[in-house]
Design a protein around this ligand. Structure first.
Ligand code: KG4
Ligand code: ZN
Length: 329
């Protein structure tokens, strides 16, 4: 049985065909290059580009999977959270397919789909409950996952999202967008404690705005003293990243301990971070709690995670969806 997934919540227009958890195709076009000059995503630009690309991306996804449209048995589309105009393009395209092909239409929560990403292309059996942690440009949330249709938020950011903090700090230092990618690249472990920046944990909640402001003030202070050069920038940024990723790891394992979960499943753009991945490998051994990370290809926004979760909810859990699906909510 083939299932189609559609993702248009932000700047990626993505379609994917899966058979169970096997990804048969994934085609993604990003409008990132049109946003770069603004240092963030401009919703109208994202929406217009989804309209430009969605049918081509869909046709190519089918072609690469080697199937025809009548072979699709269900379609799943991200319906929240995301940029409302961008979501609407994917939802309306999916509705047209659902009507035209007479197949069920399932609305997929983007954050739940991120939690599904580590299970793509694997045969690992699910065993619930586990802690799910989504760390992306728009969200930082910890879930208690009893099943993929039974998720409860147990921790979240009280202000900026983690990726947003990476992006804003990178912008302040003129490093480029998306910031996490550039910060990850220039990080040097030997400078991880050069500066002392703290990133608070409030129970299982996070706060990233304080550390962002601290970085901006430190930059201004060093600039005034004429001490801001490439080396000090690398030292500041390395200390910043070290503090943020340690906070992420600590909170994830604290959640596992609080809810007696033996597994933590990670998803979202920030999970591509190399230092985070190394720390998680160490923590996994230390705490004897299994860590699941997505393949790098599926860390950021992609339709394969949407298709995989759709397959599971439709085939294993009997979800039928509805044509009255709305964006957001
Ligand atoms: O999941 P995602 O692609 O989109 C959202 O749903 O937001 O996440 C994008 C975020 C951006 O903030 C970007 O800076 C961050 O993921 N990111 C990283 C890395 N690669 C992307 N953050 C830290 N290290 C990375 N290697
Ligand atoms: Zn995302």
């Amino acid at each position: 049985m083939f299932v189609l997934g559609i993702e248009t919540s932000c700047d990626e227009t993505s379609c994917s065909v899966v058979r169970d958890r096997k990804v048969l195709s994934q085609v993604t076009v990003s409008s990132l290059k049109y946003h770069k000059q603004y240092g963030g995503i401009i919703p109208e630009i994202a929406t217009r580009n989804h309209l430009r690309f969605i049918d081509k991306v869909y046709n190519l996804a089918l072609k690469q999977a080697g199937i025809k449209s009548f072979q699709i048995k269900a379609v799943g589309v991200t319906h929240k959270p995301g940029l409302i105009g961008a979501l609407l393009v994917g939802i309306n395209f999916a509705k047209a397919l659902s009507l035209g092909l007479d197949i069920p239409l399932l609305g997929i929560d983007h954050l739940h789909a991120h939690c599904f990403a580590p299970f793509l292309n694997t045969r690992k059996r699910f065993s619930f409950p586990f802690i799910g942690m989504v760390i992306s440009g728009g969200h930082t949330e910890l879930f208690l996952v009893k099943d993929f249709d039974d998720l409860r938020v147990v921790g979240k950011t009280r202000d900026d999202a983690c990726g947003e903090c990476f992006d804003k700090v990178a912008r302040a230092f003129g490093l480029g967008y998306p910031g996490g990618v550039y910060i990850d690249k220039i990080y040097k472990e030997k400078y991880k404690n050069s500066f002392s920046f703290t990133c608070p944990r409030i129970g299982l909640d996070f706060s990233f705005s304080g550390i962002k402001t601290a970085l901006v003030y430190k930059k201004m202070e060093l600039e005034k003293k004429g001490l801001l050069n490439r080396k000090t920038t690398v030292k500041i940024i390395s200390s910043f990243q070290e503090s943020v990723v340690n906070t992420l790891v600590d909170n994830a394992f604290a959640a596992a301990s609080e809810y007696k979960a033996k597994k933590i499943v990670f998803g979202g753009g920030v999970t591509a971070n190399n230092r985070l991945r190394r720390l998680l490998a160490e923590a996994e051994k230390k705490h004897k709690i299994k860590v699941f990370l997505p393949e790098k290809e599926y860390t950021g926004d992609n339709a394969a995670m949407v298709a995989g979760l759709t397959f599971y909810l439709y085939n294993n859990k009997g979800h039928k969806g509805s044509l009255s699906l709305k964006a957001g909510g």
